[in-house]
Design a protein around this ligand. Structure first.
Ligand SMILES: C[S@@+](CC[C@H](N)C(=O)[O-])C[C@H]1O[C@@H](n2cnc3c(N)ncnc32)[C@H](O)[C@@H]1O
Length: 401
């Protein structure tokens, strides 16, 4: 790391963070000033080519120092690994598999975590190690355990933390198992999103403990769950607005290619709808997060790239996790009042979506943070709206986002 980077930038980054979060409490200000983010960034990082484009391209500190340095000290996520560490071959997408999270989102989550002196914290998803470094600075290395599924990333993070004299326990392993040897924890924070709370976390949270984890559904990835475990093995929590985190390995979507959903001989029913596909899946992340809660196990995919033979301009695909049914909603490129619908399988998926949308809008569009989640002593996980014991929706048991 250059001395310029370590000496100059933390104060600037703290200013950027506080623009979003408001003034941080003194112990966190101190941590952000003393634990330099650049020290956790590998020499090669991955930049998004342009807003809206999903792909990433490498940026080498040796040859592109200015861009590398900007990334280190700006309030943006910094991708440090793609494709689980496998170099993308030509034409393969370089989807991110690890990053240094966006600083203002890191700070906001640390505030929600509500730590106090002497607390023991388990972090899931070490990544580059910066958040573990902040926690270790705040609470002491002996009180912090961080688990990373990728052994190479874990080793690198351990080395970086060590070089700064910060010594949390860095474990290479599956964070879905937590780390029983260090339990009980006062706080458990995940920096990868889950679609279902791993049961091991409940058992490892101590009395008065809190679990904060980014949330994902098959429909959308957005926000956090703030969960209080109970003595009986269950838990209750509420959702909170927040960022979007990459999915925990083990809970990643199994179906990435929509063409695997349609089988030869499928004969869909056709009809029309006045509900715009952009209302339910057009990029309004908080609204989509709600759709994800109330339409468990339904997935979407946009096709905005029709071939010459296709008779649509944009097509929204919807299918269920069990691959029993699918639906498409087409924009014909001319008018936005009605859209063609095709539905196949025992479930009428667009009808389900339209019913969910109708319920949500007529209920006054309750926001994501009006929803909560209960975990029963038997492990069942249920989403509710407003107050527990009212309307509820199951969390799919296989827990894949
Ligand atoms: C957003 S990054 C972590 C950010 C990091 N905590 C920081 O300080 O900025 C998410 C990390 O979670 C890790 N991860 C994904 N699945 C995991 C699992 N099952 N157990 C532990 N780590 C996991 C990924 O390898 C990745 O490094």
């Amino acid at each position: 790391m250059t001395s310029e980077a370590t000496e100059r930038a933390p104060a600037g980054l703290l200013r950027l963070v506080e623009r979003v979060t408001g003034p941080l409490p003194a112990p966190w200000r101190d941590a952000f000033e003393q634990v330099p983010r650049a020290a956790f960034l590998p020499d090669v990082v991955w930049l998004q080519l342009a807003d809206g484009l999903p792909d990433h391209t490498p940026c080498d500190r040796a040859t592109d120092h200015d861009r590398w340095n900007d990334l280190a000290w700006s309030d943006t996520p910094a991708v440090i690994q793609v494709r689980d560490g496998r170099e993308p071959e030509s034409g393969e997408p370089a989807w991110p598999s690890s990053s240094l999270s966006q600083p203002s989102i890191v700070a906001a989550m640390l505030l929600v975590l509500d730590v106090a002196d002497g607390h023991r914290v388990l972090e899931i998803g070490t990544g580059g190690g910066w958040n573990a470094g902040l926690l270790a600075h705040r609470l002491g290395g002996a009180n912090v355990v961080t688990v990373e599924v990728d052994p190479g990333l874990a080793a690198e993070a351990r080395g970086r933390l060590d070089a700064l004299g910060l010594r949390p326990t860095v474990v290479a392993g599956d964070g879905a198992e937590g780390w029983a040897a260090g339990a009980p924890y006062d706080r458990i924070v995940s920096t990868c999103s889950v679609a279902r709370v791993p049961s091991a976390w409940l058992g490892q949270a101590g009395a008065g403990g809190l679990i904060v984890t980014p949330w994902a559904t098959a429909w959308a990835t957005y926000g956090n769950l703030v969960l209080t475990p109970h003595q009986d093995g269950g838990a209750r929590g509420r959702f909170a607005h927040g960022g979007a985190f990459m999915s925990m390995r083990g809970q990643r979507s199994r179906v990435r290619d929509v063409t695997t959903v349609v089988r030869a001989g499928d004969a869909p029913d056709t009809g029309t709808t006045t509900l715009s596909p952009w209302d339910v899946a057009g990029g309004d992340r908080p609204a989509e997060a709600v759709m994800g809660l109330v339409l468990p196990g339904l997935r979407t995919h946009w096709n905005d790239d029709p071939t010459e033979d296709d008779d649509f301009r944009s097509r929204l695909w919807i299918w269920d996790d069990a691959l029993t049914s699918w639906a498409t909603v087409d924009y014909d490129g001319r008018q936005l009042e009605t859209f063609r619908v095709r539905q196949h399988g025992p479930r009428r998926l667009w009808d389900e979506v339209a019913a969910a949308w109708s319920w949500w809008t007529s209920a006054g569009r309750p926001a994501f943070d009006v929803f909560g989640l209960d975990i029963g002593p038997d492990g069942t996980q249920t989403v509710w709206c407003g107050e527990p014991n009212g309307l509820s929706w199951p969390v799919p048991p296989d827990g894949c986002s």
